[in-house]
Design a protein around this ligand. Structure first.
Ligand SMILES: *Cc1c(COP(=O)(O)O)cnc(C)c1O
Length: 341
């Protein structure tokens, strides 16, 4: 099977048109030389479009088609104050002319600084016109969002609840489109990627990559770095969304899918949203050597995981691997003091 097969399958699921694709891919020559391992490429998923980009827009592009088709007039979502997902939902709502109500969880992450409450994504959510509802984190990711949606319905609105992190079967289908770009861009640069490495949180990005790679890049490993300090939960969720995504696409469920889902533990630091030394080192190294902007909650932990795998000789010098910059830059400013940069 090929890129054309993947694109044909995906074309059956219309988009709302909020993404600017394909995103660029570029070689990280200085970082690769510094590490002395494989050639590392950066896929710029921080440049997916409006609202300062990020990997959620690619998922929203397809997930929100249903919302519009159902006549929704307000998007409802839940996440922490510095959630990139919330920010992209707020930007998508603005672009589509919908209202946006966000349940903002307090207490999941100990605010590291005063900026955490007001700058970065918190500031952008307000800028994009979202209405924020402060709620206490109870571990129940979806309950609070559901009650917010019920309240909006009572008031005569037509809410559409965006799944947590824009992760469900259709979110995975949306993200599978990235694989077609990896396949074409690597072919144009005359290499076949040995692995695609990214950080995994709500899991439909990894699920989409696993499903898409089966069709268009079967030799390529998809390596998810756990940033939640919950590797078992992450792996189970990826597997669930692989099944859900494959079902939507009408693909046979691969029997060894469990073996194909690789979630690497040990790089999340003490908890979600808490950067540790390796996170900060990776973030600074990428900035200094490549002018790259990573974030301390997601992508820098992902790069820390990638660096550890390179040091452990997972790949040879002749390999090419792709690091997905999933785009969480606004959160960087909420952590400026902690990073002491
Ligand atoms: C959400 C997010 C991820 C993780 O993607 P999932 O699909 O939720 O697993 C990675 N990086 C950034 C910057 C994110 O915002």
């Amino acid at each position: 099977m090929t890129v054309q097969t993947l694109n044909c399958l995906l074309e059956r699921f219309p988009k709302v048109g909020i993404c600017e694709l394909p995103t660029p891919m570029r070689p990280l020559k200085n970082l690769s030389r510094h590490l002395g391992g494989p050639m590392i490429w950066e896929k710029r998923e921080d440049l997916t479009g409006q609202g300062m980009g990020g990997n959620k827009l690619r998922k929203l592009d397809r997930v929100l088609y249903t919302a519009i088709a159902e006549g929704a007039d307000v998007l409802v979502s839940g996440g922490v104050i510095q959630s990139n997902s919330q920010r992209q939902v707020a930007a998508a709502a603005a672009m589509l002319g919908l209202d946006c109500h966000l349940a903002v969880y307090h207490g999941r992450v100990e605010p590291p600084t005063a900026q955490y409450e007001s700058s970065g994504n918190a500031l952008l959510n307000r800028l994009y016109g979202a209405t924020l509802h402060d709620v206490k984190w109870a571990g129940d990711r979806n309950g609070l969002v559901e009650s917010l949606a019920a309240q909006l319905s009572k008031n005569g609105k037509q809410p559409f609840v965006v799944p947590y992190g824009v992760s469900d079967g259709m979110g995975a289908v949306g993200y599978a489109s990235a694989v077609a770009e990896f396949a074409l861009q690597s072919k144009a640069a005359v290499f076949t990627p040995s692995a695609i490495i990214h950080c995994s949180g709500s899991c439909a990005s990894q699920a989409g990559l696993v499903v898409g790679a089966q069709i268009a890049l079967p030799e390529c490993d998809i390596v998810g770095i756990d940033i939640d300090a919950e590797p078992k939960r992450v792996r189970a969720d990826v597997v669930q969304f692989v099944h859900a995504g494959a079902e939507i696409l009408g693909l046979p469920i691969v029997e060894d899918v469990e073996d194909k889902v690789e979630v690497v533990a040990g790089h999340a630091g003490p908890a979600y949203g808490v950067p540790h030394d390796a996170t900060i080192e990776a973030l600074k190294l990428a900035g200094r050597l490549e002018g790259m902007t990573l974030d301390p909650v997601y992508s820098a932990k992902g790069l820390a995981g990638l660096i550890a795998l390179v040091i452990a000789n997972r790949w040879s010098k002749s390999d090419h691997i792709v690091f997905v910059n999933t785009g969480g830059v606004p959160a960087l400013f909420a952590y400026a003091e902690v990073l002491s940069v």
